[in-house]
Write a protein that binds this ligand. Sequence first.
Ligand SMILES: [Zn+2]
Ligand SMILES: [Zn+2]
Length: 465
Amino acid sequence: MEKAPESKEGSPARVAVLLLLFWAISAGLICWCRWRPDWGLWAFALYFSSVILCVLLSFVAAVPTIPRSRKPFMQALWYTVLVGMLPALVAFLLLRRLEEMDEDVMDFFENVALCLTAISLLALWIGGTDVVGIWGLQPLATAGIMSWAPVVYLQSTILWIVVVYNLTHFIGSVDLSVEMDLPFPLQVTYLVLVTLWFSSFLRVLCTRPGKPKDFESEMLSPKPRPNNQVFCVFCQSQKPQRCRHCTKCGACVLRMDHHCPWLRQCIGFGNYKYFVAFITYSAVALLFKAVTLMLFTVRAFHGEITFWTKLWLVSTEALVIALAGTMTAFAAFHLYLCAIGMTTIEFLTRNEKKEKYEKKVSFDQGLCGNLQAALGSIPLFWLFPACPPSGDGRTFPHKVLPHDVDKRTKESQRALAISEETALKEKEASNRPTQPCLESTAEPTCLEHQQDGCVAAEKEGEDPV
Ligand SMILES: [Zn+2]
Ligand SMILES: [Zn+2]
């Protein structure tokens, strides 16, 4: 099979250019918002336009593949349209009637319309995540430039959250009559968190998971190799321990954990530590933002703010809570995997029946050993975006599972016992030659026939297949 061409988009130089672009947009947005009194609404509109553009482009690009993945796509689209649009439509109708109402009733209905629109925007974002995420699972070679859609989608969301937070808590917004109320120690904590968060993100984007070298001389042999190596039919090369072939990247990946469409590459031996650091800091930073931004929003509501300012504040808070919840669950799952010494694929396929030649092995080295194998040898730097774990990514300390050994031994003992028992019964049967002939009308040649059969059966018993 033809080998997939080496992708250059993930190279550190390209990623650095992309990140510079990301930060330039972020700085531009902050500067622009600083001088515009109505910045919140415009920035929010710009952010949601990028989200909707990503969803539309993903959907258009996915049209030829829809016959294959029709169900999830249609589900995501219906969810986006129905759940996303309906509350907004109701809110719009409510807002149109507000001018005819009393002030108290108007306040109540304004808040109802606000909640409905915020729910709508959140549903649109979740539905969009689904559509873009499904599209992100296309092979990179087929998706081409559109494979960047999930990366842009996630990055524009993070960018929006960072811009809102910096403007409300650090730079000070123009149209909000609310003082920033983040104590100095918390400000320092936040800055340290964000620095670690983005440096981990940079490391995971710039670091390849690692591919096994081609074993040209050992090619074309599907037989198992020492250290549990097997053959990859796509790459025509040997796969070292824990190596898997990724159909999206079109390559074998060392200690493959999973393919991440949001980072547009595989997470494997080379970048797993940075990935865990990235999602852990994402979870902590987002939880931090969720709490402080909520306090800020509640205070802002007591001031004089317009409906639209309330809307982007509430929608951003809802977005931060949704993302914080998802990232916390995801980080907790990966920290658990680190503790038990498994990759995501190994965890999900742990109950699957192995091939005959593939021994069931465990890479569990105890809690501390597992964490050191995944996050590096120095505990102080476990969540620091440097000091990766040692090793070549090809072989790992392991042991054949004891219950598997027992099972194999028991199975072979049982097979031996059954063959011995069969042989004994057949021997006994051969000593009572007249019995089978009682029911038959056969001549004495029957005896000879029976003896021949027993001899044949004994021979078979001695030589178990
Ligand atoms: Zn492969
Ligand atoms: Zn991959």
